[in-house]
Design a protein around this ligand. Sequence first.
Ligand code: AMP
Length: 606
Amino acid sequence: MARIVGIDLGTTNSLIAYMDSGSPRVIAGRNGRTLVPSVVALTDNGLIVGDPAKEYLVRSPERTIYSVKRFMGKSLADVKEELRYFPYRLHEQGGVIRIQIGDKTYSPPQISAMILKELKLRAEAHLGEEIRKSVITVPAYFNDSQRQATKDAGMIAGLEVLRIINEPTAASLAYGLQKKTQGLIAVYDLGGGTFDISILKLKNGIFEVLATNGNTHLGGDDFDRRIADLFLKEIRAQHGFDVEPHADTMQVVRLEAEQAKIRLSEDQKTIAAIELPPGKGRFRYELTRDQLETLTMDLVEHTLGPCRIALKDAGVAPAAIDEVVLVGGSTRMPLVRRRVQELFGKAPHSDLNPDEVVALGAAVQADILSGGTQDMLLLDVTPLSLGIETMGGVMSSLIRRNTTIPASAKEMFTTYVDGQTSVDLHILQGERELAKDNRSLARFQLKVPPLPAGVPRVEVTFLIDANGILHVTAKDVRTGQTQSIEVKPSYGLSDEEVERMIGESFKFAAEDLKARQLIEARTEAEAILKATHKALGHGGRLIRPEEIAAISASLAALEAARATEDHRAIRAAIAEVEKTTHHLAEVLMDSTLKEALENKKVSELP
Ligand code: AMP
């Protein structure tokens, strides 16, 4: 089997890892660094990627693209808020963003593909073989189109993306948490510019995202800025020099602020030294860890609010969390570790390099896929099926149990009664055939204009996002009228209950199926009887008397069959009615009635 690599395609930095005789390993470049800055710059010699491109951020910002991940799978309207942080010139083509560099435009997947290609080359140089298959990580909150855009980027780079996995899941894999078989995991990810908290539930080697939260504009850069502001103030006070108008020196101050911060993760105090422009002297400042912590305390506190919300959304108390995993370079700060430990009441996992942990986990997943590990496949899945109640009290599943999330499904329904002015949508969870045996999640109504039964078209869409939130939308296709609701299917659902529900679905499978088939056949029979009587009333005079007699006989047979418990007999009788009414349906001038007769295959809503 060809080798599969694991890739962390990050907002600021990206990494590539592989399984090296049983342990995941990140591949370093020629400069010895494992991180490839996610930066692409257009130079006179063409496009460059990574460390050399990063130098262009200051030199020619209009030709340098960073943070492209924020634009993946988005439309221009989606990123309006985001744009104030970026100097880019963006266009839109067919609903997809295009970023201008020089006189050319590129889609975000094309830019991401350049980063992926760089990683691919790095791996090929290290391993001495062509790399064609990969696992790529994305944030847990990425939706379908953002995941698709990531896959597209892989394809453009010549990398088949065998699986997209969630970053917090990858981080958990890197620590081997899947071997624990079950537990609740909090993954706290504080990088350079973003903060994410994810609450995962692990069960039988399968990770489910219970909740995510975070702040897309909070990270190490904010800590640097606090220190830089202090330096700027001190330079003004000590040297009477205002750095702000001097872009180059500003950059030096920013970099030294970051270096001082990094040193203070190890040391209690550090000396920052900055060479000022000629004639302005040399700035020296002793910064202590205590001082840094006072300066940035509120930033750390800002990460704890989203943690509490995520816990609440997941329906778990902080103390119920079994494992805490740290991701992102900023989690090396002692203050961050302390506050996270206090919140969850347990020491976080921190043995692995927090910059590398996601890539390492991607390599573990890649190894599982290539058959290197005899573990189960690891997915974020729905534990129980989701669907709606249809006529006669049966459950119609739209998203099946164990579907990888996010997932979506669409199905068409219609009305049962003539002139029905609304349909009831009853959202259900479970494996049983009858609505009454499943868990009721929510109900709502959609208004429909009064039309003959079977004519309205109600399109029901289920979308379960990466946070496990189910968005249900019902739309009357004719009028465009829409109603929707959001529910959290995992809310208040214990593992025992899931097990019981699945267990019962097996236990009662045969009875359930019989009951369902009977209900469905009877419901359809009733609808056909009604529609046919009505059609006869309207169009009886347009067909020959023998035809009428045949139809009446088939209707009587159907009436009789409907009274039995034999769904097959009912189905056969329905087929017979359909055969005898074929001509009637054809000659019927009233197209709506014809439609109703022909569309009896669509399930009805109460
Ligand atoms: P990431 O996006 O995960 O690569 O994280 C990068 C961020 O981590 C940058 O803001 C770095 O300044 C920060 N960082 C890296 N190492 C350390 C460290 N030892 N102490 C504090 N922050 C660090």
